[in-house]
Design a protein around this ligand. Structure first.
Ligand SMILES: O=P(O)(O)OC[C@@H](O)[C@@H](O)c1c[nH]c2ccccc12
Length: 264
C-alpha cells in the first residue's frame, strides 16, 4: 500500500535528518522557542466553518498539480482570498514538498499553518515547531493509540495543535481515546485512491461534538463543500480544487455563504 511505502521512506528521511541535527538538538531548540498558542484550533473553534487551503505541488493520486508552483504567491492568494488556515505538504518524494517551502511560506503569511507530513517519529514534531508550524498531522493508520497519545502530549507541551486523521470507526475511536481535539476524516481511500465524500458524512455521528471535525480531500466544488458543512463539518481541507480555482476568493465566499444558508 502506498501509505506504507511513504511511511518507510519517511523513516529513512528522518534517520538522515537526525545525522545532521540530532534528536536532542531539535528538542532543545524547540523548547527554547516561545510556547505556541494553539492558534490552529483556536481559529477552527472561533469560526462556524473554517476553510483550510492546501499548498500542494503533486500527489501520488494526481501526479503534478502545479507545474510552475509559485508556492509563496499561492499561499498569499489563499490568505487574501479569506482562507482561515494553510496546509503545506513537506513530503518530498510523492508530494514534492519540502521544509524550505514551508519556511518560505511561513515568512510570508500570518495564517495558522499545518505542517502536512507523515509523522512516524517524535523528531518530526520538534522539527515542525522549528519550522514555525501551528499544527501537525497525525495519521491514525500509522500510529497506535499509545503513540498518538504521546505525540499529542508532546504537541501540547510545545503549544502545537494536532490534526488526527482517521478513515474508519476503529481509527476514530483510537483518536478519541488518545485525546484528539481535532479529528479529520479523509475522503480519499489511500489503498485505491477512490474518493467518497460520504465517508466523512457517515463517520460524523461517531465523533463527539466537542471535538472539531475536519472533512478532508476530494472537495471539488461549492456543492461538495456545502453538503459536508450540512453534515456537520467544522472545517474543510481543500487542496487540488483550491490550487486550480481561478477565483479563490469567490470559491471561499460561496462556500461560506452556502454553508451559512444551510444552517437556517
Ligand atoms: O487535494 P484534495 O483532494 O482537496 O485533498 C487535500 C488533502 O485533504 C489531502 O492532500 C490529504 C489528506 N490527508 C492527507 C495525508 C497526507 C497527504 C495528503 C493528504
Amino acid at each position: 500500500m502506498i501509505l506504507e511505502k511513504i511511511a518507510n521512506y519517511t523513516r529513512k528521511r528522518v534517520q538522515e535528518d537526525k545525522k545532521i541535527v540530532s534528536l536532542e538538538e531539535v528538542v532543545n531548540k524547540a523548547n527554547l522557542l516561545p510556547e505556541g498558542d494553539f492558534k490552529f484550533e483556536q481559529t477552527l473553534k472561533k469560526n462556524k466553518v473554517s476553510i483550510i487551503c492546501e499548498v500542494k505541488k503533486a500527489s501520488p493520486s494526481k501526479g503534478i498539480i502545479s507545474e510552475d508552483f509559485p508556492f509563496v504567491q499561492i499561499a498569499r492568494e489563499y490568505e487574501n482570498a479569506g482562507a482561515d488556515c494553510i496546509s503545506v505538504l513537506t513530503e518530498p518524494k510523492w508530494f514534492l514538498g519540502s521544509d524550505e517551502i514551508f519556511k518560505e511560506i511561513r515568512k510570508n503569511v500570518n495564517l495558522p499553518m499545518l505542517r502536512k507530513d507523515f509523522t512516524i517519529d517524535e523528531y518530526q514534531i520538534y522539527q515542525s515547531k522549528l519550522l514555525g508550524a501551528d499544527a501537525v498531522l497525525l495519521i491514525c493508520s500509522l500510529l497506535d493509540t499509545k503513540t498518538l497519545k504521546k505525540y499529542i502530549s508532546i504537541c501540547d507541551s510545545l503549544g502545537l495543535s494536532t490534526l488526527v486523521e482517521a478513515h474508519n470507526i476503529g481509527e476514530i475511536n483510537s483518536a478519541i481515546d488518545a485525546g484528539a481535539r481535532i479529528i479529520g476524516v479523509n475522503n480519499r481511500n489511500l489503498k485505491d485512491f477512490t474518493v467518497d465524500l460520504s465517508n466523512s458524512i457517515n463517520l460524523r455521528k461517531s465523533i463527539p461534538n466537542d471535538i472539531l471535525f475536519v472533512a478532508e480531500s476530494g472537495i471539488l466544488n461549492v456543492n461538495d463543500a456545502i453538503s459536508l458543512i450540512r453534515s456537520g463539518a467544522d472545517a474543510l481541507l481543500i487542496g487540488e480544487a483550491m490550487m486550480h480555482a481561478s477565483d479563490k476568493k469567490a470559491f471561499i465566499r460561496e462556500i461560506k455563504q452556502g454553508g451559512a444558508l444551510n444552517e437556517d
